[in-house]
Ligand binder design. Sequence first.
Ligand code: BEZ
Length: 219
Amino acid sequence: MPGLTIGDSLPNLKVDTTHGPINLHDYVGNNFTIIFSHPGDFTPVCTTELGAMAAYADKFAERGVKLLGLSCDDVPSHKEWIKDIEAYNNGKKVTYPIAADPNRDIIKQLNMVDPDEKDPSGQIVPSRALHIVGPDKKIKLSFLYPSSTGRNMDEVVRALDSLLKASKHKIATPANWKEGEAVVIAPSVTNVEAKQMFPNGFETAKLPSNKDYLRFTHV
Ligand code: BEZ
């Protein structure tokens, strides 16, 4: 059975967090929300990742995006670990909640299990999974990294900016796109529609096929 993936609805689970119990759908509310998991508390890469998320929290808040971390250990353990994360990150506060999952029910339902890692007691642990959930509670994008590879938060912001733009306009973002650069017009949009939809105009790449599918604009 494939696990939770893009297009699927986020299960509306009740979760214990460092900010108290939450329901996932209530937490998402009308916001895009990033839910990101970590193999375990007091582990080195996770400490850098949660610190990096804390450092980027203002960038996500500016975009109206909420954050929810997850690690399998319990809430008291998370609260102790946060002291290390903040100290390592020059005192930058971890302002987002971190969910606990001591029974490993949540990570199974959110497709966040690392098949190759176990904790010292032999229990499954989370991979470095990251889901971006839309206000409609559907998964819009997922990253799935193994324990050995810490994530690049600039890429999370870049992908988020692409999603936010594509949620407002009929566009997509090309390879290595960065905020401020040209975007491409979605293939479903005709040239006639594009002239009305994109007041900045658009440029069509000249290709050997003479097909006019690669159209750049700015939104
Ligand atoms: C880490 O966060 O450093 C880590 C956790 C589990 C396995 C490997 C690395």
